[in-house]
Design a protein around this ligand. Structure first.
Ligand SMILES: Cc1ncc(COP(=O)(O)O)c(C=O)c1O
Length: 450
């Protein structure tokens, strides 16, 4: 599924270019090391943000965040038939690109804003980014999370130095509370994506990518609220006007796609890409995406799972669901990118270990590398030995075995469930056929479509 948005781009590019030239003549205002004051004038609408703003953000961030590598990856390129470059934003200190926008915003606060402190509503990477950089800059940070937020996220954000408040049953309730508290206590609200300084901070990802690999044909960027793609689109189109910017969303949370198509927004359900689970995308990003983004692709949840596994196996890197969603688009729509030089952002690597272990196991099952067989075994000495010998001599490796004498048609014919390591689905089919040819009653309990 995809949408094309090519209208009305030229006037925006003219504006962006004009902003770029104007920006070159502005000296960077600094009062304290690392701070610019007052906040640079920026409007809340898409047309006011320029490449010059992103260049200013880049100067502000220099030395305070990691300039992550952007490297070619041969195995992935072979798999998808394109020249794939990975930008490793999972190597930022907090493990995600979100530091860029959060820090840019913090560095643009006035002295009195800094003295009063900041507040954000997030249980994800934005929370950790604000907490980490606010504490580095000795700015008070309050992070509001919904009540059910896993303890690990609460503790990690506290460990970065923020004051965590659990409020509301849903994210919307937590956000409402955040705004109320911001105005009550005079705290500056740091929005995760609908904020000019956050967007321009995120845009520095694309600046680094194109400075490091100037001949990219396509930039694939995952979309949550749209801050990352908006900043990247402004920067990339200014640096290389012919570049194609492609957004990616999970089919379960395709709010940007729906807004661009003029459809009512309907999102929801479980997603492994929690960072992209946004219903109310940013209005500033939406305006920028309308003008600069060429298309938005949608991907299945299972493809995101596959992308996480592929990044570990072929990219030797850990990505969370949202971080792997760019690759999911390449895996699901490879023909759109054939022969092109494609830049992907591994936006984050913060995935729960238990979830990751299950994703990896499901990957093995999907690829026919791990199968569960249920076998009816004659209840006499050596009955099982014959079956296991057959499996072993045909290349299967039994990892686990469990007897069942209750849920079987006859108490004299127990069943045994075997977890068997195999090479691929062809191997599985051949193994099952050999067992049946030898008179073994076997049932395959796992299927390829996971
Ligand atoms: C890892 C990761 N990737 C991508 C995104 C999407 O970014 P944005 O909301 O700016 O579109 C997020 C947002 O939280 C994220 O955490």
């Amino acid at each position: 599924m995809q949408a094309d948005f090519s209208s009305d781009r030229r006037s925006f590019l003219r504006l962006t270019a004009a902003g770029f030239l104007a920006g070159l003549s502005f000296p960077l205002l600094r009062t304290l090391p690392g701070f610019c004051s007052p906040s640079p004038p920026m409007g809340a609408d898409a047309d006011r943000l320029t490449f010059a703003d992103i260049q200013s953000a880049q100067k502000r961030l220099a030395g305070n965040i990691v300039h992550t590598p952007c490297l070619p990856n041969r195995p992935l390129s072979r798999i998808v038939g394109a020249e794939v470059y990975l930008k490793f934003e999972n190597r930022q200190i907090i493990g995600a690109f979100k530091e860029r926008g959060a820090l840019n915003k913090l560095l643009c606060l006035s002295q009195s804003e800094r003295d009063r402190g900041v507040i954000a509503a997030s249980s994800g990477n934005h929370a950790q980014a604000v907490a980490y950089h606010a504490s580095r800059l000795k700015v008070r940070a309050v992070i509001v999370m919904p009540k059910g937020t896993p303890m690990i996220k609460v503790c990690r954000t506290q460990a970065y130095g923020a004051e965590v408040v659990l409020e509301g049953d849903t994210f919307d309730e937590a956000s409402r509370f955040t705004r109320e508290r911001a105005s009550r206590e005079g705290l500056t609200f740091i929005h995760p994506f609908d904020d000019p300084q956050v967007i321009t901070g995120q845009g520095t990802v694309a600046v680094e990518m194109l400075n490091d690999v100037s001949d990219l044909d396509v930039l694939l960027v995952q979309i949550g609220g749209g801050g990352l793609i908006a900043g990247c689109a402004i920067a990339a189109k200014a640096l290389k006007p012919g570049i194609r910017i492609v957004g990616v969303e999970s089919k379960t949370y395709s709010a940007m796609y729906q807004r661009l198509k003029g459809l009512p927004v309907q999102v929801g359900g479980d997603t492994i890409a929690e960072g992209l689970a946004v219903r109310d995308i940013g209005e500033i990003p939406l305006g920028i995406v309308r003008k600069l983004v060429d298309e938005v692709l949608l991907v299945e949840e299972t493809t995101i799972e596959r992308a996480i596994v592929t990044l570990i196996e072929e990219g030797k890197t850990v990505a969370e669901g949202a971080g792997a969603t760019g690759l999911a688009a390449l895996l699901e729509h490879p023909r759109r990118f054939t022969g092109k030089r494609v830049g992907l952002v591994i936006t984050g690597g913060n995935i729960d270990s238990r979830l990751l272990s299950m994703v990896l196991m499901r990957g093995l099952i999907r690829d026919g590398k791990l199968v569960r067989l249920r076998i009816l075994v004659p209840d006499r000495p050596g009955g099982l030995t014959k079956v296991t010998a057959l499996i072993n001599s045909n290349g299967g490796h039994i990892i686990e075995a469990q007897y069942d004498r209750i849920f079987v048609p006859s108490v004299k014919t127990p069943a045994v469930e075997l977890l068997v390591e195999t090479r691929d689905w062809d191997h599985v089919q051949a193994l099952v056929k050999t067992l049946r040819d030898q008179g073994v009653q076997v049932m395959l309990l796992t299927q390829p479509a996971l």
